[in-house]
Write a protein that binds this ligand. Sequence first.
Ligand SMILES: *Cc1c(COP(=O)(O)O)cnc(C)c1O
Length: 426
Amino acid sequence: MISFLPTAEFAAALDEQDALRDFRQRFHLPLAPDGQPSVYLCGNSLGLMPKAARAAVEAEFESWETQGVEGHFHGTSPWMHYHESLTDSAARLVGAKPVEVVVMNNLTTNLHLLLVSFYQPNTTRYKVLMEGGAFPSDQYALESQVRLHGLAPDEAIVELVPRPGEHTLRTEDIEAAIQELGESLAVVILGGVNYYTGQAFDMEAITKAGHAVGANVGFDLAHAAGNLEMHLHDWDVDFACWCSYKYLNSGPGGTSGVFVHERFANRPDLLRLAGWWGHDPADRFQMKKGFRPMTGAAGWQLSNAQIFPMAIHRAALAIVDEAGGMAALRKKSEKLTAYLEFMVRQLELPREVLEIITPHDPAARGCQLSMLVHKNGRALFDYLAGAGIIADWREPNVIRLAPVPLYNSFSDVQRVGEVLARWASV
Ligand SMILES: *Cc1c(COP(=O)(O)O)cnc(C)c1O
């Protein structure tokens, strides 16, 4: 148990001891109206720009400018194999083997591609279990997947909701729902971290429960990648995908990552939507009939690589690796978020005013704290913005604050507490 103090001096001392403190210099911090760097707590929505991003993209412009099509084969990083240069870092990020990971496309696209393979309902096994109030894109993706198979979303999709009076789901309730659905359950698809509440799910326990009834289990890791330390391979997760522009700082609309467990690596029979980039590279350019998928997650690729977003992603992943990977980031992250929670709680605001709905247990959350503001939430959000704090507002009344270990400091968090105290006193 760490005991915190709410003072600027205490926060500065924590920053002094922070082994990752210099990584803040690797990012461009947006400036507040007063010309000072903002307190940027919005990395859960769009991570900040790594200073290395511009040169990484510039290098590919250079190849294109000077070599044209030859850039596929020449230059420091020939485009033909560019995506492969991301695989090892992406695998480390989620606790996977390289064969289990590929970087391609965008998140919702990848979710659809994976569901084509991992949601193949039949007359008895056709149900989907997901969290109630999942991110809209996930809801729409699942509804349309269900319709694709001629089923009705109302009948096929089962949504988990918290118990009355609670804001987050209990693992035991998720497990019970899985058991109850039994052999009607085709797939479980949850966020690794719920975007709204900030709750991190027990992916290992949920996977185990899903497998026990014969269902496939997948996770949308949009809010988990770059936030949690994960072991997807060991947890035996079937499939997962994530975006790179939130905690992975790879730029707006950036590319996405995919995980497919090794046990599906050599399953050419597993139905998928196919494209030439997923075809065996040995004869990809023979332009012959007959799709033969590559081994592993790479066999789900459709198109040749998007070099520009991947260039940014590679630079951004290199920072994560340099910082010591997710274990190191997570160590700081837990402390940073605990400090934020302390700063909010020591204000002793009544629950009718402001309530943290994110779990208190570090194992059940990432870096984000979601505050339910019962009155004048929007006004508080604007007040924070006026004080140079960039947070995130979600309808109807939640403010999300995400201090991230790569570029946020304990002093950032202390400043949030001070501004909240000022707001509470007026
Ligand atoms: C951010 C987010 C998305 C966004 O999807 P894109 O395809 O990248 O636009 C989807 N699902 C979840 C859970 C998210 O958090």
